[in-house]
Design a protein around this ligand. Structure first.
Ligand SMILES: [Zn+2]
Length: 348
């Protein structure tokens, strides 16, 4: 069947479910591997360079009033680093830091000096002697955020407190994971627990760990926690290497949360690369969980009874049932949204 309800009804339905299972509403945005690659490419170009001029197009971009954004003109960038999903530029004057959050659709571009800021999607340009850093956001909702802050203490206040999964011991990982009892999808994407993991890589991590996105963190065995920790490190490290390999010495111009090499994220209906079962998903508000029922949930389809009722959907309970229905000509049941949201696309 096809869902024909109103957009607002669909949103409400997703939101009720999201409230109950405790998912966050964050969409797919650049995550740890993407931001890591941005940081390296930026450091290669702007570390040691003076900011000659700032051209602001969107009045909504800068979220701080003091110090004024103009005060960065003439300062020199002394370092580029990652803080969660944010990019931090340390400046050589007055302990100033420029902190950029790209949110979902914000992207950076490296252009020739003095390059024009594109009209509809351009937010700002930072002019350096060797090039211009252009910030765009391909969405009518302008959510990318730039903070100019003074002092390490103020910078620390932007730190959500999640641990860097590539740097911690397995004990630290287990402690953060079990601190509260949440679904794995929610725990992995909680920036106060783990640093820089969002919607896309949490799907990939859980598929590699062969764990259900809805499994509760306090129900995990020690062996499952260890498997999840390994899967987390391997997934993020592999993707950093892959993205770095693709970008080389160039600038990452094609950052997207949906990539064909991903196992399950954004691959609804396509075969799982491990077992061939069609990838399934739960869509809620602006977020989604993609998973392989055979690899991750013992063959069960994750359907929420309340969501099914709201959508009047007829969800099959198992992969076998799904296959039987399809063979009988009933087709695939439609989830609440018909396709994944692309980065930069407006949510319905
Ligand atoms: Zn599978």
């Amino acid at each position: 069947m096809t869902f024909t309800g109103s957009t607002s009804g669909r949103r409400r339905a997703g939101r009720e479910i999201a409230d109950r299972v405790g998912f966050s509403y964050a969409g797919s945005m650049p995550e740890l591997p993407d931001v890591t690659v941005y940081v390296k490419a930026l450091a290669m170009r702007v570390a040691g360079q003076p900011i000659e001029r700032v051209r602001l197009v969107s009045p909504f971009l800068v979220r701080t009033a003091v110090p004024p954004i103009r005060s960065v003109e003439g300062t020199r960038i002394v370092g580029v680093s990652r803080l969660g999903k944010r990019i931090v530029f340390a400046l050589d004057r007055d302990e100033l830091f420029l902190v950029l959050h790209l949110m979902i659709a914000g992207r950076l571009h490296w252009r020739t000096p003095g390059a024009k800021v594109p009209g509809r999607i351009g937010l700002a340009a930072f002019d350096f002697p060797n090039g211009t850093l252009v910030l765009t956001e391909a969405s009518t909702k302008k959510r990318a955020a730039l903070h100019l802050i003074r002092g390490a203490t103020a910078l620390g206040e932007l730190d959500r407190g999640g641990i860097d999964v590539l740097a911690v011991t397995s004990d630290d990982f287990a402690e953060a994971l079990r601190r509260e009892n949440h679904t794995l999808k929610r725990a992995l994407t909680d920036p106060s627990l783990f640093d820089g993991i969002g919607n896309a890589y949490s799907d990939e991590i859980l598929h590699r760990a062969r764990l259900s996105p809805l499994k509760l963190t306090r129900r995990l065995t020690d062996a499952e926690v260890a498997r999840l920790h390994d899967a987390t490190r391997q997934t993020l490290t592999e993707w950093i290497d892959r993205l770095r390999g693709e970008v080389g010495d160039g600038f990452p111009e094609t950052v997207t949360a949906f990539r064909p090499e991903m196992a399950v994220h954004g691959r609804f209906g396509q075969p799982c690369p491990a077992c061939g079962t069609p990838v399934q998903r739960i869509v809620y508000a602006e977020n989604e969980a993609n998973y392989c029922p055979t690899c991750q949930t013992g063959g069960r389809l994750l359907a929420d009874r309340a969501l099914s009722r709201l959508l009047r959907a007829d969800w099959p309970r198992t992969v076998d049932e799904l296959e039987q229905r399809r063979a009988a000509g009933h087709g695939m049941p439609s989830p609440p949204a018909s396709r994944p949201l692309d980065a930069g696309e407006e949510t319905p």
